[in-house]
Write a protein that binds this ligand. Structure first.
Ligand code: BMA
Length: 335
């Protein structure tokens, strides 16, 4: 269904003019005639899982394959704390924000919006910011804990914005982790509600752990095409990784098709992985066997480009045709 690009990995730490160790989980969009990538950089020592910090870097490209990385990170913890200060209070001060990461870009009405995850002492939160130049960000909201992997739709529905998200329920189906994919509406990108379950992880036969949104969905004539991430955990398997604790989770890309009018309704689902870790850069790194898509661009030609973090270490690209991706989603007429 997808072909790995021969230039993979399209972005790696050695491409950065500033201290960088693992550059991965990158939001990608076409904006003002070029491709824009916001990527996560965990910096420290190669091979050492105790990173010194995390920041977000910016890369631009004419073709979406060869990237120029801006001289400095565009968002670090200090700037995130300053930007988020108006959304927190004295009990939960900006100093407890440890890092901002895993950005996803959606251009809405011409303006790039970025969803991001925030690690704090009181949990993991998700938020949304808007930017015009990718260096200054207006932070619009922060969720309740624990929630992340948020992606915005590029259009409004009945005037309202819609985002997919992945909360972390603790009590539920008995498994220690069984996380699902949800959606919320907002009138203004600041207040979110009418939250509904979109897809449970139990609905995918190759998943025994969790699923979540991956990239901003793309409109097609048949529905919203929405790649997801999907995780199988096998405690008996020891995958490549830098941490002392054995890494046992395989992250796949999956795929669903959502109703055009009510995108909280799944109308098609791929029952097998869209992309499974096979290449060396997907199997070996900080956390091996990880494919974590955060960027999705469909060209006018119908070429679909999926940008994904590989082994939590670099950014890779796989391409296919949008019509084949739509056709791969098995119809779910009864939902
Ligand atoms: C998820 C997030 C991602 C990461 C992935 C694989 O839960 O933490 O940032 O890429 O795990 O380690």
């Amino acid at each position: 269904m997808l072909t790995r690009h021969p230039a993979n990995p399209v972005l790696k730490h050695t491409d950065c003019p500033f201290p960088a160790t693992t550059v991965f989980n990158a939001g990608v969009a076409r904006h003002e005639g070029r491709y824009v990538m916001l990527f996560r950089n965990d910096y420290g020592r190669w091979g050492d899982p105790n990173f010194d910090g995390t920041n977000l870097g910016l890369a631009t490209s004419a073709d979406g394959i060869t990237w120029d990385v801006a001289a400095k990170p565009v968002l670090d913890t200090e700037r995130a704390r300053a930007g988020l200060a108006h959304l927190v209070d004295s009990r939960f001060g900006p100093e407890e924000i440890r890092r901002v990461y895993d950005p996803r870009i959606t251009v809405i009405e011409g303006r790039p919006h970025v969803c991001f995850a925030v690690d704090t002492r009181h949990g993991i939160l998700g938020g949304v910011a808007v930017t015009d130049d990718f260096s200054r960000y207006e932070f619009l909201c922060l969720s309740a804990p624990d929630n992340r992997n948020m992606v915005l739709f590029p259009e409004r529905f009945g005037g309202r914005y819609l985002r997919l998200e992945r909360p972390f329920p603790i009590y539920g189906r008995g498994a220690p982790e069984a996380f699902d994919l949800w959606a919320s509406y907002s009138p203004d990108l600041r207040h979110w509600g009418e939250t509904r379950l979109v897809l449970g992880s139990e609905e995918l036969p190759f998943v025994n752990n969790k699923i979540g949104p991956a990239v901003p969905p793309v409109r097609t004539s048949r529905g919203w095409l929405a790649p997801i991430h999907a995780v199988f955990k096998d405690p008996a398997r020891r995958l490549h990784g830098w941490e002392a604790n054995p890494w046992t989770k395989t992250y796949y890309a999956g795929l669903m098709l959502l109703d055009l009018e009510d995108p909280r309704r799944v109308i098609g689902l791929m029952r097998r992985p869209l992309l499974a870790p096979e290449a060396i850069y997907e199997r070996e790194g900080f956390r091996g066997d990880v494919i974590f898509p955060c960027g999705f661009v469909v060209e006018d030609s119908g070429e679909a480009r999926l940008y994904y973090g590989a082994a939590d270490t670099c950014v890779a690209l796989a391409t296919g045709h949008v019509d084949e991706l739509v056709a791969a989603c098995e119809p779910l007429p009864s939902r």
